[in-house]
Design a protein around this ligand. Structure first.
Ligand code: ADP
Ligand code: MG
Length: 241
């Protein structure tokens, strides 16, 4: 059994069919890069996987549990699968530590002391143990994104979905965030990342998914997808045409 099984998933917004039958099985510990042009359905796919969007057809299961479109199951799913966005979405009036504590206490009803200990541990894990009491506006964009990663990790997810998490950062801050992701990957975290960082995808990911017009157009190890693209669409996307 795969950790995440995405089978014939379809999603439409009105008459715009955005996902046209997606099939991907993700094994535990896999790091998958999702690449493709803007509008190809990458974000929608991630949002379906953690239940932020309902699917119209097909099925998604996470750790053997099928995603059903009712609130109780979606909540359970969001507990299992973490998601990090381009915008860090930290609460500006709360310190880094409190930001990491909050969802644990609200969503998981974790007792304060336990949430605080977990927040300290996870901030340390992303290299920000010394920033527990700092407010978001006292942190760089890269540091804020690392707090957002710590917040997701504090929920102890079985997989992490990252949607262009370095796209809003100044170029010199991108690497510190990618370094954290790389570390998580080496520790065995299962990751699905929508990214424009092709070098990172090549060096760190086990497989690359190229999405085109709502379909998985090509999928394979980075060595194949980047070095031997089979379709003109991928060649063009990679700037080879
Ligand atoms: P990507 O992340 O690859 O850029 P998206 O998944 O964001 O692509 O979007 C795919 C398509 O779905 C686009 O045409 C977009 O306009 C449409 N779309 C995404 N979210 C919504 C929504 N909430 N309502 C209507 N259309 C949407
Ligand atoms: Mg997107």
């Amino acid at each position: 059994m795969s950790l995440i099984e995405i089978t014939e998933v379809k999603k439409r917004f009105g008459d715009n069919e955005v996902l046209k039958g997606i099939n991907i099985d993700v094994e535990p510990g896999e790091v998958i890069a999702i690449i493709g042009k803007s509008g190809s359905g990458k974000s929608t796919l991630l949002r379906c996987i953690n239940g932020l969007e309902t699917i119209d057809d097909g099925s998604i299961s996470v750790a053997g549990a099928q995603l059903l479109p009712d609130e109780i199951h979606l909540k359970a799913l969001r507990l299992k699968v973490g998601m990090i966005f381009q915008q860090f979405n930290l609460f500006p009036h709360l310190t880094a530590g409190r930001n990491v504590m909050l969802s644990q206490m609200v969503v998981k009803k974790t007792p304060r002391g336990e949430a605080e200990a977990m927040a300290k541990k996870m901030l340390e894990r992303v290299g920000l143990g010394h920033k527990f009491d700092a407010y978001p506006d006292e942190l760089s964009g890269g540091q804020q994104q690392r707090v957002a990663i710590a917040r997701a990790l504090a929920m102890q997810p079985i997989a992490l979905l990252c949607d262009e998490i370095t796209s809003a950062l100044d170029p010199e801050l991108v690497n510190e965030v990618l370094a954290v992701v790389k570390e998580l990957a080496s520790e065995g975290m299962t990751l699905l990342m929508v990214t424009h960082e092709m070098r990172f995808a090549r060096d760190v990911c086990s497989r690359v998914v190229f999405m085109h017009q709502g379909r998985v157009h090509e999928i394979g190890p980075p060595g194949e997808v980047f070095a031997e693209p089979r379709t003109p669409e991928l060649k063009q996307f990679l700037g080879m045409l």
